[in-house]
Write a new protein. Structure first.
Length: 385
């Protein structure tokens, strides 16, 4: 009976039993594939939504757990005076003391009607701190003349060098990093006197390191690599302008030279995408850097633009042969160039001032006019015995 029914079904459908079975399997397979694709798309959408939510949760938690002050730098320092009578002694006869101080430090001394205080103005925080310490010592000592000024400025520089070392040691302590080369610690300390859009770079490095640790813990990355990479990511900014190239690449070269691990070197080199990111920790360092720099109040663009303009002015002067020092003063309205007298004679000094002025006109954009002063001083020293 079953055979008769099957034969009748085959006649009506014009298909054999095996053909009907294959057709049914194809229909079931097609339906299953459609259901599987629909479920897969839904699962992918749910995973992406959950990943976005989790990422926001990790970042917000990291930002909340890192309590940071809003950091901004100024370009002036006030030095208190015991009385306004001291202002005349600081200026000196025909202004010789104030000129000697400005030439030695590269910082403007502003003596105005501010009661019992003088103002030190300069875009470079290291110079300004040296000037502040030297001026405070001069006021306390009471002996104010060019020779004494030079001696105390040298001593102030030594004190600032010691403060830089201590600032670096404090940075690695705050971040929880151990076993760094002394030269790298010194570079970290120099970041105390460096800013980016008004944000203190040592504080930024410590803050980024703390953020990186929290994020690394949440996503299962190497915590120590993230910690060290974020702390050192901007050490290239501590190097003087004589070293050319992007600060990330400069910093990575320095770190490699002093024995930092390859993963940490990649974190430093790749945080602005100059090189490819080779590990998860490098991505974490980039994220921590962005969070620290982008929070409201962390940075102020106008100061950075001002500093870049002043530095560019000094770099133009330094590009000439025979220049020993170059200081941009008066908020960039004047640049004073001290030349080596054995290399530049009086006539060449006159020509140099004109050449520097011409190069400034051609290469820089600035409001108003800039005074270019070339100073050539010859000293003869001997001792009576």
């Amino acid at each position: 009976l079953n055979e008769q029914r099957l034969a009748e079904l085959e006649r009506i459908s014009a298909m054999t039993r095996d053909e009907a079975k294959d057709e049914l399997l194809k229909m079931v397979e097609s339906d299953a594939r459609q259901d599987m694709a629909r479920i897969t798309r839904q699962v992918e959408a749910d995973i992406k939504q959950e990943a976005d939510r989790k990422a926001r949760e990790i970042i917000v938690m990291a930002m909340q757990r890192v309590a940071s002050d809003q950091v901004s730098e100024t370009v002036v320092s006030a030095v208190p005076l015991p009385s306004d009578d001291m202002k005349g002694r600081i200026i000196g006869r025909q202004g010789r003391n104030i000129r000697a101080f400005e030439n030695a430090t590269g910082v403007d001394v502003i003596v105005d009607d501010t009661p019992e205080a003088i103002i030190l103005s300069g875009f470079d925080p290291v110079r300004r701190e040296v000037a502040r310490l030297a001026m405070s010592r001069l006021i306390t000592d009471g002996r104010i003349h060019p020779a004494r000024i030079e001696k105390l400025v040298i001593k102030a520089r030594e004190e600032v060098d010691q403060a830089i070392k201590e600032a670096g040691e404090q940075a690695i302590y705050d971040a929880g990093v151990r076993r760094l080369h002394p030269e790298i610690i010194k570079l970290l300390g120099r970041l105390q006197y460096r800013t980016s859009y008004g944000q203190n770079q040592r504080e930024h490095a410590v803050e980024a390191s703390r953020l990186a640790v929290i994020i690394a813990n949440e996503v299962g990355a190497d915590v120590e690599v993230s910690r060290e990479g974020a702390l050192l990511h901007d050490i290239g900014k501590a190097v003087d302008h004589e070293v050319e190239g992007p600060h990330a690449v400069i910093g990575a070269d320095i770190a490699k030279r002093y024995g930092v691990s390859a993963k940490v070197v990649n974190c430093i080199a790749s945080h602005h995408h100059e090189v490819e990111q080779e590990c998860l920790e490098a991505v974490i360092v980039e994220v921590a850097d962005a969070i620290s720099g982008a929070r409201p109040g962390a940075r102020r663009e106008s100061l950075e633009n001002y500093v870049k303009r002043i530095k560019a002015l000094e770099e133009v002067a330094h590009s000439f042969k025979g220049v020993e020092e170059a200081f941009a003063i008066q908020a960039g309205r004047e640049v004073r160039i001290i030349v080596r007298p054995e290399e530049v004679d009086d006539y060449e000094a006159i020509k140099m001032s004109k050449d520097i002025a011409r190069q400034v006109e051609e290469n820089l954009q600035y409001p108003g006019q800039i005074k270019v002063t070339v100073i050539r001083e010859t000293r003869a020293v001997d001792y009576a015995k």
